[in-house]
Ligand binder design. Structure first.
Ligand code: PEP
Length: 230
């Protein structure tokens, strides 16, 4: 099964940037990974390159109606998204998302057959208090242990955009905790300051199913290298 490598552009890019990004990505050697690009939703429809799978970065917890500013799962699907991030720590922080909202989003995506990528991860104080696994299990309470076809991205908040990454053993501990929570086999990704210098090590020394890459994905050649190394 090929590994998944997700580029999370966050609120970056423009039409021109995204076109050039794809060209530059293809100039690097191809990898045999499944490449998913989480673009700002406005740009999903413009991005027509069958080498990439598209993802939304968030979705409404409602299906339609008087929810000014929001985008439904159906709209994301209409614009080509096959995957969608939910529960990203930046959305939890800036949009005050709760586990309950995130569960509703999970269900909205399921109705449109969009693959959810649920992001979870602990803040620094939890890591320092050695309570990471309890914290992750709490974030997973929204899902039944019989849930199938899930992708969970383990993204320690203190590692996002900071240049810091957990010790390999700590990533594996978190991955084991997440897998152990479910009765079925699930996919677990790692995200947080991944770059072409650490991707191979993280990938080879843990049993993750892929990587979620934020800042480094904005450089297409760097991202292509990460995809080769994963
Ligand atoms: C992210 O925001 O999902 C992420 C992994 O960011 P970064 O790679 O920049 O740490």
């Amino acid at each position: 099964m090929s590994k998944l490598v997700i580029a999370n552009f966050k609120m970056n890019g423009s039409k021109e940037f995204i076109e050039n990004w794809a060209k530059d990505f293809h100039e690097e050697k191809e990898s045999n990974k499944t490449i998913i690009v989480a673009l700002p939703s406005l740009y999903l429809s413009n991005f027509k390159d069958s080498n990439f799978n598209l993802a939304g970065q968030n979705v409404s917890n409602q299906s339609s109606g008087a929810f000014t500013s929001q985008l439904s799962a159906q709209m994301l699907k209409d614009c080509g998204a096959e995957y969608c991030l939910i529960g990203h720590s930046e959305a939890r922080q800036y949009l005050m998302e709760t586990n309950e909202n995130i569960k509703q989003k999970f269900d909205q995506l399921a109705q449109e057959s969009i693959q959810q990528v649920l992001c979870i991860g602990e803040p620094l104080e939890i890591k320092e208090a050695s309570k990471t696994t309890d914290y992750l299990l709490e974030q997973l309470e929204l899902l039944s242990s019989d849930q199938e076809n899930i992708i969970i991205a383990y993204e320690p908040i203190w590692a996002i955009g900071t240049g810091l990454t957990p010790e390999i053993e700590d990533i594996q501990l978190a991955v084991d905790c997440i897998r152990g929570r479910f009765n079925k086999s699930i996919k677990v990704l790692y995200g947080g300051s991944v770059n072409s210098s650490n991707a191979a090590n993280i990938s080879a020394k843990t049993d993750i199913d892929g990587l979620l890459v934020g800042g480094a994905s904005l450089n297409p050649k760097e991202f292509a290298k990460i995809a080769q190394l994963c």
